[in-house]
Write a protein that binds this ligand. Structure first.
Ligand code: PNS
Length: 160
């Protein structure tokens, strides 16, 4: 039986912190699905299709991709996506206690709903301060987001 895991998120846009988690998780599973999910609690910068495209470029440019599937999901519960693709694990990057507090109830609900376990991974501390919301703000105010995002995202944000 193949081990399939899902890394879900808004990825609006993908940051170096996200990419670090994807890179660490990929060797642990046969298949890793990186899934863009609409989060109604957050004001979006990029359309979902653009986020998927930047994820694909970032994963490819980082030399990853052999066992990575990039997808989006907007039609129901995240665990329904997991069931559809045969995944039993969700992976979340944890930067701080704030992330633990935010993620814990979702992890419990996802286990209740469909027996999907959540694995928390610690990204490189060098990226602990990086978030998509910070990137969106720096980009909106004309700052250089280069240190926080994969090159494909930096190029896209500079040109848009
Ligand atoms: O990058 P984000 O915005 O922190 O990601 C949050 C996300 C999209 C992973 C979270 O909002 C989510 O899991 N949404 C799916 C909706 C769902 O299934 N909710 C019920 C169980 S938590």
């Amino acid at each position: 039986m193949s081990r399939i895991a899902v890394v879900p998120g808004s990825f609006d846009p993908i940051t170096l912190g996200h990419l670090d988690v994807i890179e660490r998780a990929a060797p642990l599973y046969d298949e890793l699905h990186v899934v863009v999910v609409h989060n109604p609690d957050k004001a979006a910068l990029l359309p979902i299709a653009q986020r998927v495209s930047l994820l694909e470029s970032s994963v490819r440019d980082a030399g990853l991709g052999d066992n990575i599937v990039v997808a989006s999901w907007s039609v129901g519960l995240l665990v329904d996506y997991c069931t559809d693709v045969g995944a039993s694990v969700l992976i979340k990057g944890i930067r701080s206690q704030i992330d633990v507090a935010y993620e814990t109830p979702m992890a419990i609900v996802n286990r209740d709903l469909a027996d999907v376990e959540t694995v928390f991974m610690l990204p490189n501390p060098a990226h602990a301060h990086v978030s998509s919301s910070l990137v969106r703000q720096v980009a909106a105010l004309g700052g250089d987001v280069g240190p926080y995002v994969p090159p494909a995202v930096g190029r896209y944000l500079r040109s848009s």
